[in-house]
Design a protein around this ligand. Sequence first.
Ligand code: KDG
Length: 334
Amino acid sequence: MMPSMAAQRETEVVTLGECLASFVAADAGPLAEARGFTRHIAGAEANVAVGLARLGHAVAYIGRVGGDGFGTAILRALRGEGVDVRHLTIDDSARTGVMFRERRVLGAMDVVYHRAGSAGSRLTPEEVVRAVDDGVFEGIRWLHLTGITPALSDSARAATMRALEEGRRIGATVSLDVNLRRRLWSDEQAAPVLRDLASRVDVVFGSTDELALVAGADLDSEPDQLVAAVAATGPRTVVVKLGRDGALGRDGETSMAEPGIAVTDVVDPVGAGDAFCAGFIAGRLDGVDLTTALRMGNACGALAVAASGDQSGLPDRVELARLLAGAGGPDTLR
Ligand code: KDG
């Protein structure tokens, strides 16, 4: 008998966190001078979820949004991208978190958060348990966590830990993007939590300063020393994201460095790290080797910085393949 509807695909990846309405300055420059903003959707885990969905993977996202227009916009956007949002709860008693950020193509980016007490920060282990009871984790291959969610509140930290337990129980690969957010907690608060998480996952992603914090290493340590130091704490795979310089990864005893893809016009660098994670995870789900996964991550990161907002530049399979093949734009196609 012909099925009357397209079959629902098995979930491959679960992630959880806070998705925010993000107001990104229209013009590049300092926040103090920004007058016009464009509303985007942001949140590291949601960015990874959308990145993976665009690359053809079935992803479920667990979180909370407020019962307001921003929450509705987030739900619609993620659903529209094909992300499973059955466990993105609407919390009518709280507001969706909001952030304003400047757009700089040079130097650190200033961000103003309005997320204390937000719906997203009220995530609890119960949301994770409900998803588990609904079978969302059954048969998944990958669980992606970040160091942002445990910084939001005690209950969000407990939710992260509950998801980690479930990922381990199911036998999924569990990744952690360290994503240290110093506007949410101090290094002293973050270090023990991030170290504990990193030691219990399979894959750790981070920038050099984040990996230095996790490893308790000097900030001026070389990237290969940092990945080795973090790997010594437990994870089999450690990747240091080096921005325009690409990435260096260690998988068991194998280490590989892959140069970044030069982007002549960086429009908005925020979200590049999440795009990298999406490309790398997609590669691993596809069964590619470390080098190819690093290349896929770098290509996704490069495409992300060439567009404004965290998610706009995330590629689909065709765009990714075109960049990796070194092809030009549509007018070069025959
Ligand atoms: O990685 C980009 C994120 O930092 C951004 O989308 C917002 O999740 C966010 C955060 O907490 O900073």
